[in-house]
Every structure is written in structure tokens, then in C-alpha cells.
Design a protein. Structure first.
Length: 209
């Protein structure tokens, strides 16, 4: 079965004023849809690969033929990353986390404020397009990393330059923020903390422990 664009779990305007309606409409309906469409196009005639779950597909890019590997990496990564990203935001959310993930942030970064600073630094220093991740490492520690383009930690160290189970992600491609924030990526990163869905972060964290 072909991969499909997931519906947003909230209205396009639900994250206003932090993430604007027009950006969400274009980001989800145009950019994310293009990744899905192009992934399906790349996998046309590759029944065995197309039948794989998306996370398994992008975690084993070595099994993808050379001729389509770049397309699967870019578009499969784009589909997976965005499908996660929408769920990591919610209206009337944000603030500081509670529960197990809050305890782990305290343990591994010293404080939530230090974590925010380090995550924001990774986001603003990512050159060009990419993502910033909070992952649970193989050693069960929370670590911050960033990837270029649509790479993600599931692809592994050799491909993406990092590895781990993502529990929080931020899209720092310009299409994620340019209509509202123009070149002010730091303002977009600051606004992101007002929409983080910590309940979903907690769920992912507990599932990865």
C-alpha cells in the first residue's frame, strides 16, 4: 500500500500566534505531501520495500537500490520527520515538562533552562536546512543532536551523523518559519516552546526506556 499523508491532529490555525495558519497549510499540505508523493514515486515497482514500515525502511537504507537510495533517504526521511513533528506540537501546550522526561532532563542537562539553551543553540547553529533532535541514546541518556536536510537519528551514525530514539524534534528548514519569522530563526525556536506537546514527548520517552 502506498504511503499516505497523515491528517494534522489539530486545525491549521490551532498553533497561532506561535506558528501561523498559512505556514501550517503550506508546510503540511504542500511540503509534507510532496515528500509522500515523491517517496511513493521512488518506490514504484519496489513492492518489498514499499511494504516495509516507514521507520524500518529508512533505518536500513543499505537495502535500498543505489538508483533510488537518495530519493528514499530524502523523501522517506521527510515523511517520517514531519509525521512525528506534527504530533510533537499541540494547542494550549508548551511550558515545562513534568514526569519521567522532566526528571531525565534534570539528570542529563542539570536543569530545563540549560536544556532549552543547548537545544536552541543546536537549532540556530544548524547551517542551512535540517532538524534538531532530543534522543534517548543506547545508554539511556538524553542527548541533543542535529541533522542536515531530512536525515534523522533512525538512519544511524554512518548516514545521519547521530543515532538514538527521537523524543523531541524541531524542523529548522526555512519553510517551517519564514512566512512569519523571515530570517529570525532564533525567534521561531523561542516560539516553539509555547507549543511543545510534552505529553507526547513523555509517551515517546517511556516507550524508549
Amino acid at each position: 500500500m502506498a504511503f499516505e499523508l497523515p491528517a494534522l491532529p489539530y486545525d491549521h490555525a490551532a498553533l497561532e500566534p506561535h506558528i501561523d495558519k498559512q505556514t501550517m497549510e503550506i508546510h503540511h499540505g504542500k511540503h509534507h505531501k510532496a515528500y509522500v508523493d515523491n517517496l511513493n514515486k521512488a518506490l514504484d515497482g519496489q513492492a518489498a520495500l514499499a511494504a516495509k514500515p516507514l521507520d524500518a525502511l529508512i533505518a536500513d537504507l543499505g537495502a535500498v537500490p543505489d538508483a533510488i537510495r537518495a530519493a528514499v533517504r530524502n523523501n522517506g526521511g521527510g515523511h517520517w520527520n514531519h509525521s512525528l513533528f506534527w504530533k510533537l506540537m499541540a494547542p494550549k501546550a508548551g511550558g515545562e515538562p513534568k514526569g519521567a522526561v522532566a526528571d531525565a532532563i534534570q539528570r542529563d542537562f542539570g536543569s530545563f533552562a540549560v536544556f532549552q539553551e543547548k537545544f536552541g543553540e543546536a537549532a540556530t547553529k544548524r547551517f542551512g536546512s535540517g532538524w534538531v533532535w532530543l534522543c534517548l541514546s543506547a545508554e539511556k541518556k538524553l542527548v541533543i543532536s542535529s541533522t542536515a536536510n531530512q536525515d534523522n537519528p533512525l538512519m544511524g551514525q554512518a548516514v545521519a551523523g547521530c543515532a538514538g530514539k527521537p523524543v523531541l524534534a524541531l524542523d529548522v528548514w526555512e519553510h517551517a518559519y519564514y512566512l512569519k519569522y523571515q530570517n529570525r530563526r532564533a525567534d521561531y525556536v523561542k516560539a516553539f516552546w509555547n507549543v511543545v506537546n510534552w505529553a507526547e514527548v513523555e509517551r515517546l520517552f517511556k516507550g524508549g526506556k
